[in-house]
Write a protein that binds this ligand. Sequence first.
Ligand code: PEP
Ligand code: MG
Length: 322
Amino acid sequence: ERSKLNRLKDTPATTLDGEDVKMLANIEGPKDLNQVKAVNADGVGLYRTEFLFIGRDSLPDEDEQYEAYRTVLKSLAGKPVTIRTFDVGADKALNGVSARFEPNPALGLRAIRYSLAEPQMFLTQLRALLRASVHGKLRIMIPMLAHAHEIDQSLQLIAKAKAELDAEGLKYDPRVEIGGMIEVPAAALALGMFIRRLSFLSIGTNDLIQYTLAIDRSDEAVVHLYDPLHPAVLKLIAGTIQAGARFGLPVSVCGEMAGDPAYTLLLLGMGLRNFSMHPGHILEIKQQVLRADLNELAPRVQRILKMDEQAKVRDAVMRLAG
Ligand code: PEP
Ligand code: MG
């Protein structure tokens, strides 16, 4: 079965009715590049940069970050590389950096909130990213946005990083696109303010499910309630994909749902054309894409989105494959 899948490595992910789908990889750093190459991914859809310093005592400095980002950009040789700014806090605590007690870490100072609270750390990362941008096709992605002012402050810091580099005579690609993650329900319900400010969106279903259903994604005691097919979750995902299509903004899914073959046809039927996942899942998901007929799927998925009983949704999603 593996060797059969391996033959799909160089096959473009095109549906039966001729729609192109992008198969992107989630990575934690340069160590994952061999796996990305092995499946010939269309690019990196999510580089989780916090893995640069999880488990160590100090933050990597600008040059160390620059080296890591450059290595990834060079290796992808012009394919898009979406690098997410630090998503620290909650289940990705910084050793020795944050000793603050938080009653609810998932609702606390994490991701963009943390970066904006530590502007010097954020600026250092933005400078390293921009400097690396001359080595490939970089897109910068900001995690866990909920407020317009978080986007505006981030864009201001990016402008500041560029001004500093200009003043120092250091090069960067001025066309680097800035995008945001949709992983807080408030963001999925107020998409206009994201669409007006950003160049692309990526749906983080892991957190979107956690926050929509109020289920701690790391708590075994409630894991049975963590349901990607809850009608409320599906409405938020589909609404984001549709809004992106309406306003011409690329949308991807980079949470675990994108790498689970049980959901591929559902996401395709919602209109998703960019899937980002652990590279180990790419060929299996591509196989699903190659078998999909969107003309047939889209109306069936529209009917699923009108259902408000989980059991019915589950049955209907299973039947998509039949
Ligand atoms: C997500 O929330 O779906 C996501 C991709 O981000 P992370 O899993 O790193 O929080
Ligand atoms: Mg997330």
